[in-house]
Design a protein around this ligand. Structure first.
Ligand SMILES: Nc1ncnc2c1ncn2[C@@H]1O[C@H](COP(=O)(O)OP(=O)(O)OP(=O)(O)O)[C@@H](O)[C@H]1O
Ligand SMILES: [Mg+2]
Length: 369
């Protein structure tokens, strides 16, 4: 979708190349994150893609067409741009800000109104409450949301986002990241996303381009970057907690075990005891007849009190969903002092289990080579 070929920029009067012979391919529907220290050339690269800055040399292909030879306005219609530091027009309302590009494209006013409302709903801002506000009447997070909505207004297939969530507190930032990831699942834009925060890059990127002093140092998936940093710079940039970051990136579904035994609430005590004996564990998970998790029973306790109704010995157990991270899983185990977590779906139906042993061996095999 986007292909940069030997892209180079030397600013007028600049002694060094701000960007040096950059080669990069971004696939359709993917998020590519440009990350690197301040001044490494991220914004310059982004602005060359929509030609807010003209490259000194090199080529930019968008869908196979060299953008350097294309009409700028035509090009920009295909590209939404979220400016660093938000960049909302201060004297324009939320509606006017979002409607900028559709109005430039001479959309019918009714269609513009509908699109603005649709976008406000999409980004989670109440329409009547916010549509006529000016940027200074919005919180940081709300401004960032409007910035994203403005870039999306004419539904461009490509979005360039320059530190779109840079200026907010960590909680709002995490919310905004999650919202964009959720949105991306349905809108499937080709996104070039700039940040200087490696954690944000790992969370958001299908691919990550690490830049330093105008050069591309490594371009890989987050996993590859974490498992195989190309050199010391990348290693340092990722940070000393590389192992924990791996945990953050991996999902429970990657290590969960679907081969496990459970019992149903309607089973009788002998059946339950037999199933526990067949398994290697000291306890067993209990579900109802629809496979919804109820809790677990401990073998020793059950054996001691065999005569009583076994259901009385069911205890509650914390659960996890398959798309949670390994870090969430580990955290839950430590917090609750347990070595096994049931994996359930949204309706609390039991899918699998994840154990501390599996987590440990996964990390040691995959990560510590
Ligand atoms: N208009 C300009 N004129 C001259 N030099 C510039 C101009 N804009 C940027 N530069 C220089 O080009 C280099 C790359 O700048 P750029 O803005 O692309 O960095 P960045 O990676 O986006 O940094 P940050 O994380 O701080 O936003 C820097 O050394 C910067 O000083
Ligand atoms: Mg920048």
């Amino acid at each position: 979708m986007i292909k940069l070929e030997n892209l180079t920029k030397v600013y007028q009067g600049g002694q060094k190349e701000a960007v040096h012979e950059l080669n990069l391919e971004i696939d359709k529907g993917e998020i590519c994150v440009l990350v690197g220290p301040s001044g490494c050339g991220k914004t310059t690269t982004l602005k060359m893609i929509n030609r807010l800055i003209e490259p000194t040399s090199g080529k930019i292909f968008i869908d196979g067409v060299n953008a350097v030879q294309q009409d700028k306005n035509k090009l920009r219609r295909k590209i939404g741009y979220v400016i660093q530091q938000i960049g909302l027009f201060p004297h324009m309302t939320v509606k006017e800000n979002i409607a900028t590009v559709p109005q430039l494209l001479n959309w019918d006013p009714k269609k513009v109104d509908m699109r603005v409302e649709e976008l406000l709903n999409l980004i989670g801002l109440d329409v009547s409450e916010n549509i006529d506000k000016y940027p200074h009447e919005l919180s940081g997070g709300q401004k960032q949301r409007v910035g994203v909505a403005r870039a999306m207004a004419a539904d461009p297939p490509i979005m360039l986002m320059d530190e779109p969530f840079g200026a907010v507190d960590p909680i709002t930032r995490s919310d905004l990241q999650n919202e964009l990831l959720r949105l991306q699942k349905s809108i499937k834009k080709t996104i070039c996303f700039v940040t200087h925060d490696i954690d944000e890059a790992i969370k958001m990127g299908d691919k990550i381009a690490i830049m330093y002093e105008g050069e591309l140092i490594q371009y890989d998936s987050p996993k590859k970057l974490l498992f195989n940093p190309k050199n010391e710079f990348v290693e340092d940039f990722i940070g000393s907690d590389r192992g924990l970051k791996v945990l953050n990136l991996m999902k429970i579904e990657e290590i969960m075990d679907k081969n496990f035994k459970s019992v149903e609430i309607t089973d009788d005590c002998d059946q339950v005891l037999k199933k526990i004996e067949q398994s290697t564990r000291s306890s067993i998970l209990v579900t109802d007849q629809e496979n919804k998790l109820i809790g677990y029973v401990n073998f020793k306790r059950l054996k001691e009190h065999k005569k009583n109704k076994w259901c009385d010995f069911i205890k509650e157990i914390p659960v996890i969903e398959e798309n949670a991270s390994l870090k969430d899983g580990l955290n839950k185990m430590i917090e609750n002092d347990i070595i096994l977590l049931p994996v359930v779906d949204r309706s609390c139906r039991l899918q699998a289990i994840v154990t501390m042993d599996r987590l440990k061996s996964y990390i040691s095999n995959k990560y510590i080579k």
